[in-house]
Design a protein around this ligand. Sequence first.
Ligand SMILES: Cc1cc2nc3c(=O)[nH]c(=O)nc-3n(C[C@H](O)[C@H](O)[C@H](O)COP(=O)(O)O)c2cc1C
Length: 164
Amino acid sequence: MDKNVLRQLSYGVYAVSTLDGERAVGCIANSIIQVTYDTVAVSMNHTNFTHECMEKTKKFAISILAEDTEMNTIAFLGFQSGREKNKFEHIETITVDGLSIVKNAVGYLICELVDKMDTETHSVFLGKITDGAVLSDSKKPMTYAYYHEVKKGNSPKAAPTYLG
Ligand SMILES: Cc1cc2nc3c(=O)[nH]c(=O)nc-3n(C[C@H](O)[C@H](O)[C@H](O)COP(=O)(O)O)c2cc1C
């Protein structure tokens, strides 16, 4: 297979947040799709601490990141683990339903975890959307292509789209 064909798939860039007890945890994910009018799916690596906490907490939020998101925010959330760091200490957030939302986001979704499907490396979590709001009409949501081409970002091994 020509792996480059996978680079032609389109995504956004999101922060998935949940709780470790009362502590805000989460990570960056590009692999979010709307499955039905009120259901989304997210592919989460088994080794991510967020995976463990989503399963325990059974709810999560998705912050739809804006093009002007600071690369530091993506570095905090996407390149280190909540096992060792309080990532959200460094990020401006608002709290909705007990979950931390990136304040600079274009909008957010609050989801109840309803199902899970496993692959060797990732679980696909299904979330039923219980709430959501637009936070900015003027900001543009960041696409995965924009993240790579304009922001010059890259993705770690845990991302499902990592091609080496
Ligand atoms: C642009 C980008 C996209 C990512 N997409 C995903 C994803 O869709 N699923 C996933 O499991 N990890 C993804 N990651 C990797 C996690 O964000 C990363 O492994 C994080 O450090 C996990 O933190 P945690 O251990 O606190 O959960 C992505 C990272 C970046 C920078």
